[in-house]
Design a protein around this ligand. Structure first.
Ligand code: COA
Ligand code: AMP
Length: 633
C-alpha cells in the first residue's frame, strides 16, 4: 500500500533527517551529503551542509547524459508575438552553457549576483540556469516594476551584470524595458559592470557603449562553460518580495535543499513524472516562476511550458484551453484571478468546446486564497480535481496542498487541504498558545522549516530574525492568519500585516504610501487593500493635503496615481484614490487601516475604543460611498 499524505507528513516530522535524506537521492550530487540537517545556528538551519552539487547540471546536463537529449525540455508559446518553438534538453543545455560562458567573459564568478529583468521568453529561463551553472546568484525582477523599484533591487543585490531584453509585450502594447533599466541604473548608487541586452524584433534598444553588450553576439562568440560545483548551502537566487515597508525583502534560497524539495514536490504534490508536460502560467519574476517554470519541472526531467500571454485577450478566454490541448499539458498551475478573468469573459466556458483537453489531469491554484465560487466553477467546467495550495516566496514551495501523487484527498472549497510533509503547522494565539480547531489564529510553522525554504534575507540576517522568528519563538511566522478544522484541513483567511494581494501579486501598502508621500501636496496618506471581483484586492489610497493647498483635487489625485505607477510600476494597479480631511487614528496616532478596509468592503466594524475622533469615520464612510465602496453596509 503506498503511503498517504497524512502518514508521510507524520514520518517527515518524526524523522526529518531520514525523510529528506532519502528524498535527496532524487538529485545528482558531486559530493553526496553526509549530514542532512545542521541546526546549530537555528533558525539559520542548513540542509545538506556538506553536500556539493550544481543546479544547472541537475536541470539539464543529467537528462542529456541519460540519453534524453533529443526530447523536449521547454516549449515556448507566445500568442503576443506569434512565436512557438521548443528546445530539447541538448539544445537548452548548449544555449545555457554558452550564455554562462558569456557571463564568465564579462567577469562573473561564483557568488557574484546577476540581475535578470526580462519578459517571458526562453532567454529568461536560460539566464537563470546560466547563473546557476557558474555558481552566480540570480535575482529576477518582475517586468511590471518601475525603474525606481529596479534601482532599489540593484542597490541591494549589487549585481555585476544585468541581463535584460529590449521589450516585453503586454497583450498588444510594446513595453520598452531598456529605458526603464537605464533610468534604474541612473537612480541606483551601485553600477553594474555590464548589461547584456537581447534585442527583440518588436523594439530595438539603444546600447550604452562599453557597458551594454548585444546578447546574441556575446553568446555566439562565447565558449561554453562547465558546471561549477557549489555547496548545497550556496545561494541559488535572491528574489525580492514585499514586506511592510518600502524596502523589499531579498529572500534567499539555497541550492541543495531547494532542489530536493522541488524534486519531491513534482512527483508527490503535482504527480508529474519525467516526460510529462507541466505548465505554470505564472511569470519568471515570481517565486512560482522560479520553482515551477524553471527549476522544478526541469530538475524532474519533465517538459515546462513558457507562455507569453494572458488568460484573456491573447486572443480570447479560450487561450488556456488552447495551450493545454496543443501541448498536451498534464497539469496546469495558475492563480485564481486568472480563472476569474476567464470566467468573466466566458461564464459558461463555451470556448472549452473547441479544444480537446483530455490530457489535463489536474488544475493547481495559488498566489491568493481561492474563493469557493471560482473553485467550484473550475471544477464544474473541467470535471477534474481543482486544487488550491498555499505558499509564499519565503517557502519556495507549498506549505499546504493536496498531494495528488500520494492519492487525492477530498477537496474542501476554501481550504488548501493539509500541511505538506516537512511543515509542522501550528495555529497560535497572540500569547503563543495553540488555538483549538476552528479558532482563528496566526499560522506558524514550528522549526525546523523543511528544505527548499529561505535561508535568510540578503545582507540582512537581522531583518530575517526580526520579521519572521521573534513573535513566536521557535516558529516561523507566515504573516497569514487562519484556522484548522476538525479534519486537520487548513483555511488561510487573511494577512496579519500590511501586505495585500492584487491579482495574485504581493504588494506592500507601505511602499505605495511611501510613493504617495513624495507628492508635494500630500501631508499624510493611507493605503488599504479593498475587495475586487477580478483581482481579489486592489489598493485604495486616501490622502490628506497640506494646509493651504488650494489646487483642484482631481489634478492632485491624477498626479498621485501617476506617481505610484512611475515609482512602483503598473503591477500595483493603483487607480483609486480620494482626498479626505483627516485619517482615522487611535489616540497614540496609529492609522486605523483595518477599520477603513472594513468600511470599504461593506463589513460591519467596531472602531477601537482608543479612537481619537470617532467623527472622522463618518467622512471616510461618505467618501468611500461616493467611490462606490461600502454598499453592503
Ligand atoms: N511588464 C510590464 N507591465 C506589466 C507586466 C509586465 N511583465 N505585467 C503586468 N503589467 C501591467 C499590465 O499591463 C497592467 O497595466 P495597465 O494598468 O496599463 O493595464 C498592470 O501591469 C496590471 O497588470 P495585471 O495585474 O496583470 O492586470 P491585467 O488587467 O493586465 O490582467 C489578469 C489581469 C487577471 C489577467 C492578470 O493579472 C493575471 O493573469 N494574473 C495572474 C497572476 C499570476 O499568475 N500570478 C502569479 C502567482 S501564481
Ligand atoms: P507570494 O510570496 O507573492 O507568493 O505571496 C504569498 C502570500 O500570498 C501568502 O502569504 C498568502 O497571503 C497569499 N497566498 C498564496 N497562496 C495562497 C492560498 N492558496 N490561499 C491563501 N492565500 C494564499
Amino acid at each position: 500500500m503506498p503511503s498517504t499524505q497524512r502518514e508521510l507528513h507524520a514520518r517527515s516530522l518524526a524523522d526529518p533527517e531520514g525523510f529528506w535524506g532519502e528524498a535527496a537521492r532524487a538529485i545528482d550530487w558531486n559530493v553526496p551529503p553526509r549530514t542532512v540537517l545542521d541546526r546549530s545556528r537555528t533558525p539559520f538551519d542548513r540542509w545538506f551542509p556538506d553536500g556539493e552539487l550544481n543546479a544547472c547540471h541537475n536541470a539539464l546536463d543529467r537528462h542529456v547524459d541519460a540519453g534524453r537529449g533529443g526530447e523536449a525540455a521547454l516549449i515556448y508559446d507566445s500568442p503576443v508575438t506569434g512565436a512557438l518553438c521548443s528546445y530539447t534538453w541538448a539544445e537548452l543545455r548548449d544555449e545555457v552553457a554558452r550564455l554562462a560562458g558569456a557571463l564568465q567573459e564579462m567577469g562573473v564568478t561564483r557568488g557574484d549576483r546577476v540581475l535578470v529583468y526580462m519578459p517571458m521568453i526562453p532567454e529568461a529561463v536560460m539566464a537563470m540556469l546560466a547563473c546557476a551553472r557558474i555558481g552566480a546568484v540570480h535575482s529576477v525582477v518582475f517586468g511590471g516594476f518601475a525603474a525606481n523599484e529596479l534601482a532599489v533591487r540593484i542597490d541591494d543585490a549589487e549585481p555585476v551584470v544585468v541581463l535584460s531584453a529590449s521589450c516585453g509585450i503586454e497583450v498588444n502594447r510594446v513595453i520598452e524595458y531598456k529605458p526603464l533599466l537605464d533610468r534604474a541604473i541612473e537612480l541606483a548608487r551601485h553600477e553594474p559592470r555590464h548589461c547584456l541586452v537581447l534585442q527583440r524584433r518588436e523594439a530595438s534598444a539603444t546600447l550604452v557603449p562599453d557597458r551594454d553588450l548585444d546578447w546574441r553576439a556575446a553568446v555566439r562568440q562565447a565558449e561554453p562553460a562547465a558546471c561549477v560545483s557549489v555547496p548545497a548551502t550556496h545561494p541559488l537566487y535572491i528574489l525580492y518580495t514585499s514586506g511592510t515597508t518600502g524596502q523589499p525583502k531579498g529572500v534567499v534560497h539555497d541550492t541543495g535543499g531547494y532542489l530536493v524539495a522541488l524534486a519531491w514536490s513534482m512527483r508527490n504534490i503535482y504527480d508529474i513524472l519525467p516526460g510529462d508536460i507541466f505548465w505554470a502560467a505564472s511569470d519568471v519574476g515570481w517565486v512560482v516562476g522560479h520553482s515551477y517554470i524553471t527549476y522544478g519541472p526541469l530538475v524532474n526531467g519533465s517538459t515546462t511550458v513558457l507562455y507569453e500571454g494572458k488568460p484573456v485577450g491573447t486572443p480570447d478566454a479560450g487561450a488556456f484551453w488552447r495551450v493545454i490541448a496543443q501541448h498536451r499539458v498534464k497539469t496546469l498551475f495558475t492563480a485564481p484571478t486568472a480563472l476569474r478573468a476567464v470566467r468573466k469573459e466566458d461564464p459558461h466556458a463555451k470556448l472549452l468546446a473547441d479544444y480537446d483537453i483530455s490530457c489535463l489531469r489536474s488544475l493547481f491554484l495559488a498566489g491568493e486564497r481561492c474563493d469557493p465560487e471560482t473553485l467550484n466553477w473550475a471544477r464544474e467546467i473541467l470535471q477534474l480535481p481543482v486544487i488550491d495550495h498555499w505558499w509564499q516566496t519565503e517557502t519556495g514551495w507549498s506549505i499546504c496542498a493536496n498531494c495528488t501523487g500520494l492519492g487525492l484527498l477530498p477537496v474542501k472549497a476554501g481550504s488548501p487541504t493539509l500541511p505538506v510533509p516537512g511543515y509542522r503547522l501550528e495555529v497560535l494565539a497572540p500569547d503563543g498558545t495553540p488555538r483549538a480547531p476552528g479558532e482563528l489564529g496566526a499560522l506558524t510553522i514550528a522549526l525546523p522549516l523543511p528544505p527548499g525554504t529561505f535561508t535568510t534575507l540578503w545582507n540582512n540576517d537581522e531583518r530575517f530574525l526580526k520579521a519572521y522568528f521573534t513573535t513566536y519563538p521557535g516558529h516561523y511566522e507566515t504573516g497569514d492568519a487562519g484556522y484548522v478544522d476538525e479534519d486537520g484541513y487548513v483555511f488561510v483567511m487573511a494577512r496579519t500585516d500590511d501586505v495585500i494581494n492584487v491579482a495574485g501579486h504581493r504588494l506592500s501598502t507601505g511602499a505605495i504610501e511611501e510613493a504617495l508621500a513624495t507628492h508635494p501636496d500630500v501631508a499624510e496618506c493611507a493605503v488599504v487593500g479593498v475587495h475586487d471581483e477580478l483581482k481579489g484586492q486592489i489598493p485604495l489610497g486616501l490622502l490628506v493635503l497640506k494646509a493651504g493647498v488650494t489646487r483642484e483635487h482631481r489634478a492632485i489625485v491624477d498626479e498621485a496615481v501617476k506617481r505610484v505607477r512611475e515609482r512602483i510600476g503598473p503591477v500595483a494597479a493603483f487607480k483609486t484614490c480620494a482626498i479626505v480631511q483627516r485619517l482615522p487614528k487611535t489616540r497614540s496616532g496609529k492609522i486605523l487601516r483595518a477599520t477603513m478596509r472594513a468600511i470599504a468592503d461593506g463589513e460591519s466594524y467596531r472602531p477601537p475604543a482608543t479612537i481619537d475622533e470617532p467623527a472622522v469615520l463618518a467622512e471616510i464612510e461618505e467618501i468611500l460611498r461616493q467611490l462606490g465602496y461600502g454598499r453592503a453596509m
